[in-house]
Structure formats: C-alpha cells, structure tokens
Ligand binder design. Structure first.
Ligand SMILES: Cc1cc2nc3c(=O)[nH]c(=O)nc-3n(C[C@H](O)[C@H](O)[C@H](O)COP(=O)(O)OP(=O)(O)OC[C@H]3O[C@@H](n4cnc5c(N)ncnc54)[C@H](O)[C@@H]3O)c2cc1C
Length: 485
C-alpha cells in the first residue's frame, strides 16, 4: 500500500461516475455471489462490485482505486478452483467484474482467428467460431459460465489439450489494463513474431495479479466433421498408459481426448448423481474416455477406434470397452466425466490437487499418492480423474467434515494431505498446478515445486508492474514485503 493516501473520497460515487450507478453494487446482500467462491470455501469483503463497460472504463476504475489505495480483484465467471477471484476478508477491495465486456470484436476465416472482449463466456466464443465454420477448442465443464479473461488468467486446459494445447498456446494477442491504469494493446493476430520478449505470456496464468485482461485474439482451427468415442476399462494405471501410447501410434493427430477416472470416482458419481446413467459395470480399476475426431468426412473413424481397442484387448491391456454407437450415447459417456466436480463436492470436503507429472512417472505417482493420502487420513475417500493424456491428474482426498472437531482441524488435515501429495510429486519432477492455478489455496505450496530463483523473478516482476500490491493482492505469491529493488 502507498505510504500516503489521498484524503478519503467517496469511492462509490467515483465508480458510479465512471461506469454508471446501476453498474456499482454497494456492500450488502446483492454482492454475495461475487464475494464468495462457488465452492463456498472463501468469503471476502468488497467496498463495491463494479461492472465497467469498456477497456477505457476498466482503466479509469483502476486509476481511481489506485489513487485511493483500494485493491482490485478481477473476476470473470467465478468458476475458478483456488479462491483467486474472491476478495480478502480484510482491507479495502473492489471486485471488478468483466461481464459487460462481452463483444466478439472480429472473426477471420482466412487467418483462423477471433478477437474477443475478455468478458465473453467461453461457450459464446465456441459458438462464434462455429458460425464461421471454425473451432475454438477449449472445452471444460464450466464453459457455460467461465469467461475468456478467466480462462487466460488461469491458463485453462480442459479436455482437448492433448491436441490443441492450453490457453497459452491458444492465444495470439492480448489487451491488458496495467496496475497503473495504462492500456497495453498487444491485439495482434500474427502467427510468427520474434520481436523481443513475449510479454503477453506474463499475463496468461497470472490470475489477475499483474493486470486486467480486457481483450484477446485467439486461434481457431478447422472444424472436425466426424468423431468417435469409446469408454475403455483397464485394471492398472500402467495399462492405461500403454493404451495411450498405442492410441498415439494408431490414431496420430486424430486423438483428441484421453480422460481417465478411477473406479472410486465413478462410484462417487453413481452414489450422488442418480440421474447420470452409467451404462457399464463398476468392476474395473480405471475408466478411460478416448475421443477421436477428423476434419475429413470419413466413416472409418469408429472402425479405427475398434481396431485400437481390439488390439489393446488382445494385448491384455483392457478388460472391456464400449464404442458409442450414437451421438446420444457419446453424450451419456461424456456426462459421466463432466459430473466429477459436482459429485465429489456432494461427497464431502474436497481436498483437490491439480497435479501434473511426466507421463513416464504417472503410474508411480498414482500408486504413491493414494498411499500417501491414506497414511495421513485413513478415512479419506481418494478419487482420481483427469486429462492423463497430457500428464494432468486431479487427485482428490474427500473428507467427512463430521469426523473433525472444528473447521481448523479439518483445514489442518487438508493441508497435511496436500503436503503428502507434494512429497510424492516433487521428486518425480511434477508441478502442483497444471490448469487451475495457485490462487489462495495453493500459495503456501508454490515454493515446493518452484526454484528459489524462479520465485525471486516472479516477485520482482510483480513488484515492477504493481509496486503498491493493489492488483489482486494475496494471490499466487506468498505474502511478504515487496522484493527489495
Ligand atoms: C464444473 C467445473 C469444471 C471445470 N473444469 C476445468 C477444466 O477441465 N480445466 C480447467 O482448466 N479448469 C476447469 N475448471 C476451473 C475454471 O472453470 C477455470 O479455471 C476457468 O478458466 C475460470 O474462468 P472464470 O471466468 O470463471 O474465472 P474466475 O474464477 O472469475 O477467475 C479466475 C482467476 O482469473 C482472474 N481473472 C478473471 N478474469 C480476469 C481478467 N479479465 N483479467 C485478469 N484476471 C482475471 C481472477 O482474478 C482469478 O484470479 C472447472 C470449473 C468447474 C466449476
């Protein structure tokens, strides 16, 4: 915070002058959805929730808040997993919602690109791409409410990373309001650009701690015309990984998704979501969704998938497999995968981990991590699901809050579980977050898989751009005095 603040001014009136009174929500009941995260883990205080309508208004809000020493918490759809979009419970904060920045600025079939405001909902961007016969490939369970700015700020991944990459790879250009209120225009659609440092990458995955993203140019792709989906069942993680290698050999670039769920995960879905159909017996260790797509019109895709699965069954990698015979059956299988978050939440207090390890170490990680969690809490339900094709597996220890004498005891157990997970992950060369980010939940663990020099450089960059620590403070980096110099 600056040493000397200007005399207290009426923040609400100043914000209303910039964005209009109806777009400023003062403290009170109407703020509730914006000061709490969707899992109900974090609750903060905001002097106002403000909804600017243009990048210029965002910049003016930032300048006003900076002048008054008020922290700014950018918020998209508020679907993040780490409490990164929730204001702190003390101090002065404003939540800045991007909802009204929701225009598609332009699309290009020739350049395979789309320029959007940061508040566009992901599903709307997918639809805008489809309208010109192209694909925007980011796909995840919250796509009906999460926003492009949030996707960029968390470097979101989802179910198609294996072929198309995370938001880092899907972004060509960016527009950002810096903590000092200047608008940084990097809205280029150039595919090749070797002019110096790639500054936009610093803002991707920064979780709103370095500035507010107001616009982006995103890559589009040819639209696949055909797809085929199978659910394969295997007993051991090693067999799942052998299936992945075989699938790459058979299917090459057609392989779109390779999503796994442990049996316990599917059991939790069956227990809490009776309306989700599970059209197979729960007798295997692992369930793998394999999806392939092709831009050429060909009816051989299901045959390709069947040939892969046949070979895998013959090699003893699988115990069973189903190839979806219709779009409706494919949707049923995907629905199971998309039910993991809701069902796990219904099962108890979820201690989740967004782990990523090299594929060569994946099986060792899966075995080690389950033992490690149960050693800390024998009554934990350990479930796993993830995008294993890209090395990312979500390991969840679900606790029964009724077994703990106080919320503090529950939180302490959760922290001990996360430490135990990291003890397995770090020696295997993994990272603690593949796609959800650090936020508040993982801040204390950041240093465990990040070198001291990287930590120092991150802190220096933060201090350079945000010397007053007003841009989403208390997120990502450990709290502490600004780095000297
Ligand atoms: C059912 C479900 C399934 C999910 N599945 C996946 C998945 O498969 N893969 C995945 O990666 N994630 C997944 N998520 C997590 C979440 O949807 C993503 O992290 C998403 O990218 C967050 O977008 P948001 O707009 O909701 O961001 P928010 O939650 O609002 O914010 C997230 C972070 O971004 C910052 N931020 C938001 N907008 C801006 C902006 N314009 N400028 C600067 N900073 C900003 C916030 O301050 C915060 O730090 C899932 C969530 C749910 C609920």
């Amino acid at each position: 915070m600056p040493d000397t603040l200007p005399p207290p001014a009426d923040l609400l009136a100043g914000l209303a002058r910039i964005v209009g009174e109806r777009y400023v929500i003062p403290p009170g009941h109407d703020q509730e959805p914006f000061v709490t995260d969707w899992r109900g883990r974090y609750r903060g205080l905001a002097e106002a929730v403000v909804k600017p309508g243009s990048p210029e208004e965002v910049a003016a809000v930032v300048r006003l808040c900076t002048a008054q020493g008020v922290a700014i918490v950018p918020q998209g759809g508020n679907t993040g997993m780490c409490g990164a979009a929730t204001p702190a419970a003390e101090g002065r904060s404003v939540v800045l919602r991007l909802d009204r920045l929701n225009r598609v600025r332009w699309t290009s079939r020739l350049g395979d690109a789309i320029a959007v405001d940061a508040g566009c909902v992901l599903a709307d961007v997918q639809a805008a791409a489809e309208a010109i016969g192209r694909l925007f490939p980011l796909s995840l369970g919250a796509e009906g409410s999460c926003q492009i700015g949030g996707n960029l700020s968390t470097n979101a991944g989802g179910t198609a990373v294996l072929r198309y990459g995370t938001m880092r790879e899907l972004c060509l250009g960016l527009e950002v309001v810096l903590p000092d209120g200047r608008l940084l225009d990097m809205m280029t659609a150039l595919r090749k650009d070797s002019t110096g440092y790639d500054i936009k990458q610093m803002f991707i995955g920064a979780e709103g701690t370095l500035g507010i993203i107001t616009g982006a140019v995103l890559k589009l792709f040819p639209r696949p015309r055909v797809s085929a989906l199978a659910m394969a069942m295997a007993e051991e993680p090693e067999q799942v990984l052998d299936l992945l290698a075989l699938a790459r050999t058979h299917l090459g670039d057609r392989l779109l998704s390779f999503e796994v769920m442990s049996r316990r995960q599917v059991e939790v879905i069956a227990q809490h979501m009776p309306d989700v159909a599970i059209p197979f017996p729960l007798d295997a260790g692992w369930y793998v969704l394999v999806e392939i797509t092709d831009t050429l019109t060909t009816d051989t895709l299901p045959a390709l998938l069947e040939s892969l699965l046949g070979e895998a069954l013959e090699a003893g990698l699988l115990t069973n497999a189903i190839v979806a015979s219709s779009e409706a059956q494919a949707a049923t299988l995907w629905r199971i995968r998309h039910s993991v978050s809701e069902s796990s939440k219904a099962h108890g207090y979820v201690v989740s981990h967004d782990s990523v390890v090299p594929l060569e170490s994946q099986a060792a990680f899966i075995r080690g991590v389950e033992q490690a969690i149960l050693a800390v809490e024998p009554f934990a339900t350990v479930v796993m699901h993830g995008h294993v094709g890209d090395g990312n597996i979500h390991v969840l220890g679900i606790l029964d809050p009724g077994l703990f004498t106080s919320p503090e005891a529950l939180r302490e157990k959760a922290a001990a579980i996360s430490m135990a997970v990291d003890d397995v992950l770090v020696p295997l060369g993994g990272a603690i977050s593949a796609e959800h980010g650090i936020g508040v939940s993982n801040r204390a663990r950041l240093h465990r898989a990040t070198s001291p020099l990287e930590m120092e450089l991150m802190q220096r960059f933060k201090t350079l751009l945000d010397p007053n620590n007003l841009m989403n403070p208390g997120k990502v980096l450990p709290e502490g005095p600004p780095h000297p110099g």
